[in-house]
Design a binder for this molecule. Structure first.
Ligand SMILES: [Fe+2]
Length: 247
């Protein structure tokens, strides 16, 4: 399990004083651009996560219409692959199953950290997967429209999206990487797409960063670049807040 202290940003300085707003925002932007994510720690009680995140862009509602969501285990959902339960998840990017652009950034902050083992958000840089692919293979991933399914958890809420997207998409000079371990429908004989999923999972398992939350911690990542997942946990009181931020 890798850790990258380079992308941990403290809200307070060595004397325990809260950083000036401009300093915090500048450091945050630098780290996000360089490393694809930022884990903000030592976050004071008074910090307004929503206000801070609003400056990054417009919030993009989830399929069920939530803007600032609660990530808490839902009763009766532990038996399916679903964000709102206590199970582990498999690596993915957010929003592959919907039409249009996936959210650019995801922001999670901790209301109540889980007691005991597990519950870390895990992330890994998708660029490190893509470096294993040749230019021709990337063109294939950009020019092929794949079908994407969706989780049983969403289906139980009556949401059954089906979208077609390439794995790689260019938008305003930036690359969007869509990834789903379970729900990318790989056509027979498409060895390149198969290898993206297999190598993505192997590299993720070997080298992911596991973020363990303390109360008020904020985690933000670039969803066009990073894969994410979650370790299973026991504590039903684990509670995070979550926003999606549009491009
Ligand atoms: Fe997710």
């Amino acid at each position: 399990m890798a850790r990258n202290p380079d992308s941990v940003l403290s809200c307070v300085d060595m004397n325990g004083d809260v950083l000036a707003d401009g300093v915090l925002r500048y450091a945050f932007r630098q780290l996000l651009g360089n490393n694809g994510y930022v884990h903000v720690v030592n976050v004071p009680e008074s910090f307004d996560h929503v206000e801070f995140l609003k400056e990054m862009g417009e919030f993009q509602p989830t399929p069920t219409g939530t803007v600032v969501g609660d990530v808490k285990p839902e009763r009766g959902m532990d038996d399916v692959n679903h964000g709102q339960n206590r199970g582990g998840l498999t690596p993915h990017t957010e929003g592959y199953e919907f039409h249009g652009l996936p959210p650019r950034y995801l922001g999670l902050w901790c209301v109540n950290p889980p007691a005991g083992q597990g519950g870390e958000t895990t992330i890994f840089d998708g660029n490190r997967v893509l470096t294993e692919f040749t230019d021709d293979e990337r063109v294939h991933l950009r020019d092929t429209a794949y079908r994407w399914g969706s989780t049983e958890g969403l289906a139980r809420h009556g949401v059954r999206p089906t979208a077609e997207h390439p794995v790689l998409e260019e938008h305003d000079g930036e690359t969007i990487f869509r990834f789903s371990t379970n729900y990318l429908v790989v056509p027979d004989g498409d060895d390149v797409a198969r290898r993206v999923i297999d190598r993505g999972n192997e590299l993720f398992a070997e080298r992911h960063i596991a973020v363990r939350y303390r109360r008020h911690d904020l985690l933000v990542w670039d969803n066009w670049r990073m894969l994410h997942s979650r370790n299973a946990f026991e504590d039903p009181e684990r509670h995070l807040k979550r926003v999606q931020i549009a491009a």
